[in-house]
Write a protein that binds this ligand. Structure first.
Ligand code: PA5
Length: 446
């Protein structure tokens, strides 16, 4: 059984026939990806990545992960954007929700840094790490991203001060470019263990490289299963699968048709709080890939039921420019029944004996029907269980659909020129050497 996409509840907004008519266009986009003849074709390393990952590579990653697991109470994963969100999405999806509060941990506590420049965040992190045996995974493809480099400077110093230079070398690992960037220079000079991010895999498509695999393995999760799931989807979403059976093809076609019909905002929905960071990963994947040249569906996300009591109002009755894609997990990992109560003061005895998930599923179904009635097309990605294997399937499915969808839209899904504008201004404002002209120009504007 694999993940599957159900688009029945899109019917009133885009007909099955219209979506099926995308077949030739989608086929052409898939061929463009396969043949590497489209825009951004130097960043297609993700396309056949799952099937190219070797058992030796996974064993290397696991061996390094074990060193960190054996020597660290805490591991800080430093990275931003594509060098951060995939690992966090998978780790949070698989972790016990209260893991970090448990007195006895089953491995190092994983914390994240380098994805913000909050002074309080970094101060509180350094406070938390005081006196602890901690390691760092410094992840940056360019090796020069300011947010990550700044956090790493603080962490490296603290690690060396607390553990000594020799031990620090053992518990600091760099995931970066083979040759370029300051992170590479530092790693080579200090003699850190390193893993390479392939040149042809862009940040937001890099979760199945060491960028994601190493932190996920350090957190104690099965990276073989994750890759296996992705590998399955590489075939299922591949060119040999007929259009109607290829979930990536159908998803890409459906969302583009909805977009054409004025549905400019896609909301990714979950009914399981563990998927919160999956939402974040997906937002980056689609936002950075498609939002350019004055076009692109705006990717937003909600956690239900939580957000039914806030954004639910907007979704039900606000401007009708939205559609929803729900990640629906069929089977929870645990069983919990609603107890019966002889006094029934809360009036909930009608639920007694039911599983909590049954209530959740009725919330999901009720929400779907209400939102469709309210004018919101609804797709469902049905996931049998939340485990490494299916997360691997979800990841590759969304990546493949993103490549197809970006080409359907006519943009280069693999660049992100718009991310540079803020950096240029920030460097100019901070008087970074090399930005003298920009500094003068920006000062004149203030
Ligand atoms: O998807 C992308 O390319 C970006 O989000 C990058 O991953 C992010 O900017 C971090 O870049 P780097 O890994 O070079 O530090």
């Amino acid at each position: 059984k694999n993940i599957s996409l159900n688009i029945d509840k899109v019917a009133g907004f885009a007909s099955k026939e219209t979506i099926a008519a995308y077949e030739p266009q989608v086929k052409a986009c898939m061929e463009t990806l396969e043949n590497g003849t489209g825009k951004g074709n130097d960043f297609l390393g993700w396309l056949h990545l799952p099937s190219s990952i070797t058992a030796e590579h996974l064993a290397d990653l696991k061996a390094t992960a074990q060193v960190l697991r054996d020597n660290c109470e805490v591991v800080v994963v430093a990275g931003i954007g594509g060098s951060y969100l995939g690992a966090r999405a998978v780790i949070e999806a698989l972790s016990n929700s209260f893991q970090w509060l448990k007195a006895k941990q089953d491995g190092p506590v994983i914390v994240f840094a380098g994805h913000n420049i909050g002074e309080d965040y970094l101060f509180e992190l350094t406070e938390y790490l005081k006196g602890k045996k901690f390691g760092v995974i410094n992840i940056s493809k360019s090796g020069t991203t300011t947010e990550t480099a700044l956090a790493f400077r603080l962490l490296k110093k603290q690690c060396e001060d607390q553990l000594g230079k020799e031990m620090a070398k053992k518990v600091i690992v760099a995931v970066t470019d083979a040759k370029k960037g300051a992170a590479r220079v530092t790693a080579d000079k200090e003699g850190y263990q390193t893993f390479i991010i392939p040149d042809n895999v862009g940040g937001r498509f890099s979760v199945l490289t060491p960028v994601g695999l190493l932190p996920i393995a350090v957190a104690g999760f099965d990276i073989e299963k994750l890759v296996e799931g992705a590998r399955t989807m590489e075939t299922v979403c591949g060119p040999a699968t007929p259009f109607a059976e290829n979930p990536a093809a159908v998803y890409a076609a459906t969302r583009n048709e909805l977009y054409k019909n004025g549905k400019k905002i896609e909301i990714l929905v979950n009914f399981n709080p563990k998927l919160h960071y999956m939402n974040e990963w997906w937002k980056q994947l689609y936002g950075e890939s498609e939002g350019k040249d004055g076009k692109g569906i705006y990717p937003s996300a909600v956690d239900f039921s939580t957000d039914l009591h806030s954004m639910g109002q907007w979704i039900q009755e606000g401007e009708r420019t939205i559609f929803e894609t729900v990640i629906s997990i069929e089977k929870p990992e645990h069983t919990l029944q609603v107890p019966s109560d002889s006094e029934n003061l809360d009036g909930l005895n009608f639920l007694a004996g039911k599983r909590v998930d049954e209530v959740n599923k009725m919330a999901e179904l009720g929400t779907q029907l209400a939102h469709v009635d309210g004018g919101v097309p609804n797709m469902r990605l049905i996931v049998p269980e939340l485990n490494e294997y299916y997360l691997g399937e979800i990841i590759y499915f969304f990546e493949k659909a993103c490549g197809i969808s970006g080409y359907l839209l006519g943009v280069n899904p693999f660049n992100q020129p718009g991310v540079e504008a803020y950096k240029k201004n920030m460097f100019a404002l901070l008087n970074k050497p090399g930005y003298e002209e920009e500094s003068k120009a920006i000062q004149a504007r203030l």
